[in-house]
Ligand binder design. Structure first.
Ligand code: LLP
Length: 419
């Protein structure tokens, strides 16, 4: 758990009591640790320190401005997938020359905004996108530095919904078309291919699929150079998986050594786009038990967080550790609970028959490993306001996104005058 640990019988984030934050902001809320964010970033940057490599934080994992700012201060770049994320990256202090723009469906408006901002590289995923980008670049009188994302047809061995590198996935261009498409790209007036990009999926806990994908990229690089392209960079996609339960992701040092063994002699600058591994275990979701409902068949802990706040269990059957905020007495017997939210769907379930220490109404619980793809994927389903995000730094904490009121939510909507 790192930055989150029991002290004097109460869960703390660094030196701040989770109880204290709950009193100040109400539940549910996300709570992040600066020390953990910094440690995770430094571990990445440190592992690749001897290589010509840059870390572009994948904002989609957690796009809160304060989180972006924390990484920007450490020198991070950003991987963005929309003009909204690009604006966040810039507002968070990431300079344009450290921003990579990825995504399978960037609009012409987004491509224009990216070129106007002067970002480092656009990762293109199709022929029509190449044509659109070339036209937009020419209209602006610039040449766009691009990578083409190739789909290496490698099984990432992760959840099907977050695997992206198989030939049936929508991402990238088919590996066997790559030479032709680079040739076409180079013929366009507004395009300069400078890089190859690859990303095969998220929450990978084994190096083998990464290695297979990178070897294919290296082989392609040789072919492209032989074809006369001046490729100087490789974009190796997202980072390592994390431990939610008992996964054992590879050491960063081993990952970096593997990257070096494949790319070390290629004379290319390498970009890494980790998201989850920088933020996932730097955040928790704190929630209050509304009721414990003992039925004939099941015991339910009904909590005030729901699938709209943390959708990963509903969407991917993802496991998140659940612990009480007040440390259970040692040796207290575990009992099976279904931990559920108040939303009117059976899918609003965080855990089924999870052995937990005895819970009572009003108890606080923490969902662990919730810093990645938690707040960033939340919604207001059931007119539940987005929940606050709070950042701890040592013995201080700050609300980095306040909870809107329902009145503010309603004020954002319009009823036409003919109603
Ligand atoms: N680069 C690209 C092009 C990506 O598509 C992604 C993630 C990343 C980098 C960052 O990957 P990471 O280091 O976080 O593994 N919502 C899902 C995860 C979706 C990941 C999408 N792409 C979840 O909650 O598990």
């Amino acid at each position: 758990m790192g930055a989150f640990a029991y002290r004097y019988g109460v869960l703390h984030a660094e030196s701040v009591s989770v109880n204290e934050v709950a009193r100040a902001v109400g539940t549910p809320f996300y709570l992040y640790s600066t020390a953990a964010l910094e440690a995770h970033y430094s571990a990445y940057a440190g592992a690749f320190a001897g290589q010509d490599a840059g870390v572009c934080y994948a904002l989609k994992a957690n796009s809160n401005l304060a989180v972006i700012r924390t990484f920007a201060k450490l020198g991070a770049g950003g991987d963005v997938v929309s003009v909204g994320e690009m604006k966040r990256a810039l507002a968070g202090g990431i300079p344009p020359e450290r921003i990579v723009f990825s995504g399978v469906g960037k609009t012409r408006e987004e491509l224009r905004a990216a070129l106007e901002a002067g970002i480092h590289q656009i990762n293109v995923e199709s022929i029509p996108e190449l044509e659109a980008l070339s036209a937009v670049a020419s209209s602006l009188g610039v040449v766009a530095p691009i990578a083409i994302r190739v789909n290496p047809d490698v099984d990432a061995k992760t959840h099907a919904k977050i695997a992206t590198g198989k030939k049936e996935n929508k991402f990238g261009i088919d590996y066997d078309q790559a030479r032709d498409i680079y040739k076409f790209a180079a013929s366009l007036p507004g395009i300069k291919p400078v890089s190859i990009a690859v990303h095969i999926g998220s929450q990978l806990t084994d190096l083998a699929p990464f290695r297979a994908a990178y070897e294919r990229v290296a082989a392609l690089l040789h072919q492209l150079r032989a074809d006369g392209h001046d490729i100087q960079r490789l974009d190796l996609g997202g980072g390592l998986g994390i431990t939610y339960k008992n996964e054992a992701p590879p050491d960063l040092a081993d990952y970096a050594a593997m990257v070096r063994s494949i790319t070390g002699n290629l004379g290319c600058r390498v970009t890494l786009e980790p998201g989850r591994s920088l933020v996932g275990n730097a955040g928790i979701l704190v929630s209050r038990v509304i009721y414990v409902k003992q039925g004939l068949h099941r015991r339910f802990a009904i909590v005030d967080a729901a699938m709209n706040d943390l959708i990963r269990p509903s969407l991917y059957e993802a496991y998140h550790g659940i612990i009480p905020v007040v440390e259970p007495e040692s040796g207290s017997a575990l009992e099976p609970y279904d931990v559920v939210g108040p939303v009117c769907e059976s899918g609003d379930t965080f855990a089924v028959q999870r052995p937990l220490p005895p819970l009572a109404d009003d108890d606080l619980v923490a969902f662990l490993s919730a810093g990645a793809y938690g707040a960033a994927m939340s919604s207001t389903y059931n007119t539940r306001p987005l929940i606050p995000e709070v950042l701890v730094n040592g013995d201080r904490f700050a609300v980095i996104r306040p909870r809107p009121t329902v009145e503010e939510m309603l004020a954002a909507e319009r009823v036409p005058d003919w109603l």
